[in-house]
Design a protein around this ligand. Sequence first.
Ligand SMILES: Cc1ncc(COP(=O)(O)O)c(C=O)c1O
Length: 363
Amino acid sequence: MQFTDLKAQYAALKPEIDARIQRVLDHGQYIMGPEVKELEAALAAFTGSRHCITVASGTEALLIALMALDLQPGDEVITTPFTFAATAETIVLAGAKPVFVDVEPDTANIDVSLIEARITPRTRALMPVSLYGQVADMAEINAIAAKHGLAVIEDAAQSFGAIYQGRRSCALSTFGATSFFPSKPLGCYGDGGALFTDDDTLAQAAREIRVHGQSARYTHTRLGVGGRMDTLQCAVVLAKLPRFEWELQRRVELGARYQRLLADMPGVGLIATRPDRSSVFAQFTVVVENRAAVQAALQAAGVPTAVHYPTPLNQQLAYSAHCCADCTPVAATLSARVLSLPMSADLSAADQDRVAEALRAVV
Ligand SMILES: Cc1ncc(COP(=O)(O)O)c(C=O)c1O
């Protein structure tokens, strides 16, 4: 059993993916070729966003969004510590200071009730993470942002395709930033990502920042980065789009099936999913005591697992200057107990049963 089954996905899509890649090899426009615009149009339509800007990775998407907001040294961006490093890393790289707010114990997403107390005159943006594939409380977050005149960047690296109150993740705030890392719900075959916004001025800024701040060739109007997504990677994502709705449905069904299988299992806690939104289960994560022993026993039973994430970012040396290590107790508790189980659209029900049985035997 694989933790994420990318081979089955390729086998199912081989003719489309091979043909798409061959087309790029034939036309030879490896940078900003026609597939880039084609993918951007398709993803803008899919999410319901006015603009999609493909970029080199999810990390680059976050960085470019933050750079487009023109942050000044000393500006603050409120986020969660219970996330992948890129969330806070890009805030620092953009010249701002991450302010870590604790998460909800049941969803592991940012606890909205704690945000306002952390807003200062230097706060410029809120950066919630839609963790494990479930959108954060974007309506409440947008309301706080509107009240205080802040931008909102949804770190949607794990939630592409998820629905929140009838709308798609990525199209819910000032910017949505996603990742096409191979194991993400919509993955390419290398690094890739995209930014989404309805704001014409911010979209233009992001497009310029993506190509070294150029507003025209060799006219560097602003500071930028080398942040384009390869034509070949765009071609891979395009080839995957016709199957994506089916994959999303499978993820939702498999997530619900895992929840049923594990619901009453003593010693296993579940991440809650709210009724007004779907999770696309980028990860299916449970909460267990004695995680190391459980993980080792599952490994011995042939069930691969992973930990997302073992240390809250405010406890990492690189970010320790920005927050006290023990000021986000819920994130600390979760990080010691979370365990992600095998998950992908191609996971079979039989394998899922094996995971549940193996877990029952060890918890
Ligand atoms: C929450 C979150 N933010 C940002 C990223 C960065 O995405 P990428 O790996 O494409 O740079 C990831 C990817 O793992 C992520 O999970």
